[in-house]
Design a protein around this ligand. Structure first.
Ligand code: SAH
Ligand code: SF4
Ligand code: F3S
Length: 429
């Protein structure tokens, strides 16, 4: 038996949905009368909200758990949450004696009960994926920053052969339309001016993502709408049209392609080809010519040859990305690709990754340079490093820094004077 913790800290890793889940867990604990630990203060409960997508991310979870032991040998109550918790379940307790409870992404509404059970001496595990939505059991949204995340769809039925998400997040489910609109209104009431709609397959949202975007665009006080992540095969005409018609919908699209080689895309079970992807990009650009395109790539998928990799470089060349993430293939337990013949040597992956990242970096810089001289609206979201300097986002999701007396949450107009690989500098216009 230990006392119930009075202070907590939630640390989230991985994708934006984990950030959203982390906020909701903090709200749940807050509603129980616990308070978030201040910076530098030891929290009595630490929630590690983990990511399982690549081996490195998953291993990080355990090394982070190990680091929670204090110098005097004591430790906080440790909750393992997120996708590693879902994937490992009770095994996680066996791997580390420091873990007091294990809670999966579809069960975290039970966190306060589980904390009480752990204080009573139990080591509870809950990785259920109940049919009833956890969202119904969550407290009201509290104050958030100017830019808020809102989960509208969760889980994935695509089963790309390299990916753990269908196993860690479960089957695709869409939240009810009215609940999402109500949450968006609550977020705007509490200070959000930008909302990013989240889903592992957000454009597979059952009610039609375009319909949802148009409904949310009617909320007074909301100025910017974004969404992520989309699957190329679900990029419906109606959504593309919305990009040309809904002013609040920002000109940015994250559309992962993974590879430019059709045989590799097929082996990945991606259900799109290089050509169908390029056609989609063309349609999106026809609807919204200034749209910034972003993507994800995997190099070194089993049996990827030099020629396959050249196709990936070609598709990057053809699209012209504003930004993109690229990763070395990481075999994940339980996924079909992990046991495929033809695993690619690490040195080969390293070399391909370097080449790909060099091309992407050059494209990002070119995209940023094309903004120099333009006047852009910037939503301020944090302080800069220098005195009086503030940082915010352009419509194209570039970080822009400028000297301004404007506070966090204000929209300012900046004339861009300087382009760096990952940011822009400018002066108030
Ligand atoms: N739902 C999104 C993103 C899922 S995970 C989509 O469909 O694209 C984010 C990115 O991680 C993926 O786009 C992919 O590029 C990468 N990824 C997923 N599994 C991986 C693995 N086993 N090895 C390396 N990268 C992986
Ligand atoms: Fe993973 Fe593919 Fe689903 Fe994206 S679409 S979450 S990559 S299985
Ligand atoms: Fe990672 Fe889970 Fe997101 S595996 S990328 S935290 S859905």
């Amino acid at each position: 038996m230990t006392a119930l913790p009075k202070t907590f800290r939630v640390k989230s890793f991985g994708c934006q949905m984990n950030v959203y889940d982390g906020e909701r867990m903090a709200e749940l604990l807050g509603a129980q009368g616990m308070r978030a630990a201040a910076e530098g203060e030891d929290a009595e409960l630490v929630v590690l909200n983990t990511c399982h997508i690549r081996e490195k991310a998953a291993e990080k979870a355990y090394s982070d758990v190990g680091r929670l032991r204090r110098e005097d040998g004591s430790k906080p109550m440790v909750a393992l949450a997120g996708c590693v918790a879902q994937a490992e379940g009770a095994e996680a307790k066996a791997r580390s004696g420091l873990i007091d409870l294990v809670v999966g992404p579809q069960a975290y509404h039970r966190l306060p009960d589980m904390v009480a059970e752990a204080a009573g001496g139990a080591r509870p595990v809950d990785t259920d994926m109940p049919a009833i939505s956890k969202f119904d059991a969550l407290p009201a949204r509290r104050r958030v920053g100017p830019s808020a995340f809102l989960t509208v769809q969760e889980g994935c039925d695509k089963f790309c052969t390299y990916c753990v998400v269908p196993y860690t997040r479960g089957a695709e489910i869409s939240r009810p339309f009215a609940d999402i609109v109500a949450e968006a209104e609550a977020l705007v009431d509490s200070g959000a001016r930008e909302i990013t709609l989240l889903g592992q397959n957000v454009n597979a949202y059952a009610g039609g993502l375009d319909v949802l975007i148009r409904a949310i665009a009617r909320i007074d006080g909301l100025e910017r709408i974004r969404y992520t992540t989309s699957h190329p095969a679900d990029m419906q005409d109606a959504l593309i049209t919305a990009h040309g018609e809904v002013e609040k919908l920002m000109p940015f699209l994250h559309l992962p392609v993974q590879s430019g080689s059709d045989p590799i895309l097929k082996a990945m079970n991606r259900s799109h080809t290089a050509e169908s992807y390029l056609r989609t990009i063309e349609q999106v650009r026809a609807a919204r010519p200034d749209i910034a395109i972003s993507g994800d790539f995997i190099v070194g998928f089993p049996n990827e040859t030099d020629a396959d990799f050249e196709e990936t470089l070609k598709i990057v060349e053809a699209v012209g990305y504003a930004s993109a993430y690229s990763f070395k293939y990481s075999p994940r337990p339980g996924t079909p690709a992990a046991t495929m013949d033809g695993q690619v040597a690490p040195e080969v992956m390293d070399e391909r990754l370097q080449r790909l990242q060099a091309v992407i970096a050059a494209q990002s810089l070119a995209f940023n340079r094309a903004t120099v001289g333009k006047t852009v609206p910037v939503l301020i979201d944090r302080k800069g490093r220098k005195d009086g300097q503030m940082i915010g986002k352009s419509p194209w999701l570039q970080s822009v820094f400028a000297e301004t007396g404007a506070g966090i949450g204000e929209m300012v107009t900046v004339r861009v004077e300087q382009a760096l690989p990952n940011s822009l500098g400018g002066v108030l216009a």
